[in-house]
Design a protein around this ligand. Structure first.
Ligand code: DX5
Ligand code: ZN
Length: 224
């Protein structure tokens, strides 16, 4: 099933509740929250207090994408603030197995993220543990970047491995997903589509979300 996860990074933070509700009315079923620490990525965003406030304005799952070093130190605080899904970058986790178990111990879905330069092979030993794999289709740190087509093969690879090994993780894609790229993403196996600028960049988030989801669903129907 295709799901749209608007990234609030591109939203107006002063009207967050309203904007999230609009995206939800347009068919969004997950809210993607980008957490950046100024170390792992060259940008700073938000922490647990904003997650706690979001929890009050929507019942949709809050998908917290941790672009931070030492995620183990902050996973409990995000879970307590109301995160439902928590993903961590393969590149920062020295003990990835332990970190994924930590996320699960807080009753959250556990995801692992790979940067454009990180191969799928690095996940071989954790694919049976994770609820989802997030393929970055831009280098993390900023919204509004151009989609990197060279990441599409990783979505295909993850779909193949999942059938071969009879696993159940879902495939999420993040960065530069919009009208021009969503078809390729879905055909390559992307299922949870993160979109920041395509939803909140300009115009009405409800209409934007609806149109993007429609394009994605149509591409998925043509796939089979
Ligand atoms: C990038 C973030 C993305 C970003 C997506 O580091 O992880 O979630 O907000 O924004 P768009 O859809 O504008 O590329
Ligand atoms: Zn993200």
């Amino acid at each position: 099933m295709i799901e749209l996860a608007p990234s609030i990074l591109a939203a107006d933070f002063a009207r967050l509740g309203e904007q999230v509700r609009a995206a939800e009315e347009g068919g969004a079923t997950v809210v993607h929250v980008d957490i950046m620490d100024g170390h792992f990525v060259p940008n700073l965003t938000i922490g647990p207090p904003v997650v706690k406030s979001l929890r009050k304005v929507t019942e949709l799952p809050l998908d917290c994408h941790l672009m931070i070093e030492n995620p183990d130190e902050f996973i409990p605080a995000f879970a307590e603030a109301g995160a439902d899904w928590i993903s961590v970058h393969q590149e920062v986790c020295r003990h990835l197995n332990r970190t994924l178990h930590l996320i699960k111990s807080h009753d959250c879905l556990a995801g692992v993220v790979i940067n454009p330069a990180t191969p799928v092979d690095t996940l071989e030993e954790v694919l049976d543990l994770v609820d989802y794999v997030l393929v970055m289709s831009v280098n993390p740190g900023f919204g509004g970047q151009k989609f990197i087509p060279g990441t599409l093969h990783k979505m295909r690879q993850l779909s193949e491995i999942r059938s071969q090994r009879r696993l159940t993780y879902r495939i999420e894609v993040d960065g530069g997903v919009g009208h021009d790229t969503v078809g390729d993403v879905v055909r390559a196996g992307g299922e949870i589509l993160v979109a920041g600028n395509a939803v909140f960049g300009s115009g009405d988030p409800k209409k934007n979300a609806g149109a993007l989801l429609k394009a994605a669903t149509e591409a998925a129907l043509l796939k089979v």
